[in-house]
Design a protein around this ligand. Structure first.
Ligand SMILES: Nc1ncnc2c1ncn2[C@@H]1O[C@H](COP(=O)(O)OP(=O)(O)OP(=O)(O)O)[C@@H](O)[C@H]1O
Ligand SMILES: [Mg+2]
Length: 260
């Protein structure tokens, strides 16, 4: 069996009396795509924010390649090879597309483009255009254009392009196909498969179960801060997954016993 690249054991996180994570555990193996599902407010974004260094966990353990780690900041996560695209994407609206693609990563950029002068804008622009094409941006975008001139979906694609170029070991995508058109959605799903085929691991959150069946190997379902189910995509079907996500709610509506 492939090694666990990322392992979360009993993560707990509360905001006041909101128990956003309650002993949440999951694993992500090398070269696999894992989908994290669950209704609104289940704790999915909070879970990935603890991995990406946005939130500190109250208790539990995060391990990367079998080694227990403490993630205190987004920088810690990036240094561990974990790149995250958040649901509320943060790009710098007044900077160009090209600059956004490399924002905050200048030291890496210099290492990456060793033979080029630092911040060689011509090269930045060429790299940016190639990335945009790869992620399936349908419109011909000018890499010099400021990000504020883009649509929400185009901004999302730019943020995903950013993660692609750094080839992180683990890429986390929080609802990456939200607001995207057909072509951009295919671009993102194609990217997820490409990354997996190259041996990297992807954890992605979505409400679109069809996308899960197109690209994921395993599924974890969250409910009220807990990870309540783990499924192998090849051994399950859409209706089963839907009923696991919503089934407990329905039994509650009917006054029935709650099942995990
Ligand atoms: N910074 C915060 N402060 C207070 N409460 C928060 C904070 N972040 C999340 N929560 C709460 O934690 C719970 C889990 O939220 P989270 O954003 O993780 O859900 P989610 O599964 O990502 O939902 P969605 O599918 O709607 O994005 C919710 O009750 C939410 O209101
Ligand atoms: Mg969320």
């Amino acid at each position: 069996m492939a090694e666990d690249v990322l392992r979360l054991d009993n993560l707990t996180k509360s905001f006041g009396n909101v128990h956003a994570l309650v002993n949440a555990s999951l694993t992500l193996r090398e070269g696999e795509v894992v989908a994290l599902l669950g209704d609104n407010g289940a704790g999915k974004s909070t879970l990935i924010k603890t991995i990406s260094g946005v939130h500190r966990i109250d208790s539990g353990q995060i391990s990367v390649r079998g080694r227990p780690v403490t993630i205190r900041s987004p920088r810690d996560a990036i240094e561990l090879g974990i790149e995250t695209i958040h649901q509320d994407t943060s790009l710098a609206p007044d900077l160009s597309i090209a600059r956004n693609l490399f924002l905050g990563r200048e030291p890496v950029l210099f290492g990456f483009l060793g033979v080029f002068a630092p911040l060689d804008l011509g090269e930045l622009k060429r790299s940016a255009s190639a990335l945009l094409k790869r992620v399936g941006i349908s419109k011909k975008l000018d890499a010099d254009a400021p990000v504020r001139t883009l649509s929400g979906g185009e901004r999302q694609s730019i943020a995903i392009s950013r993660a692609m170029q750094f080839s992180a070991k683990v890429i986390i995508l929080d609802e990456p196909t939200n607001n995207l058109g057909v072509e951009e959605t295919h671009g993102v799903l194609r990217f997820v498969k490409e990354v997996r085929d190259a041996g990297h691991s992807v954890l992605f959150i979505t409400h679109n179960i069809h996308h899960v069946f197109q690209v994921a190997d395993r599924i974890f379902v969250m409910r009220r801060g807990e990870v309540t189910a783990e499924l192998v995509v090849a051994e399950t079907d859409l209706l089963t997954v839907e009923s696991i996500i919503t089934g407990a709610d329905m039994s509650e509506l009917m006054g029935g016993a709650r099942h995990k």
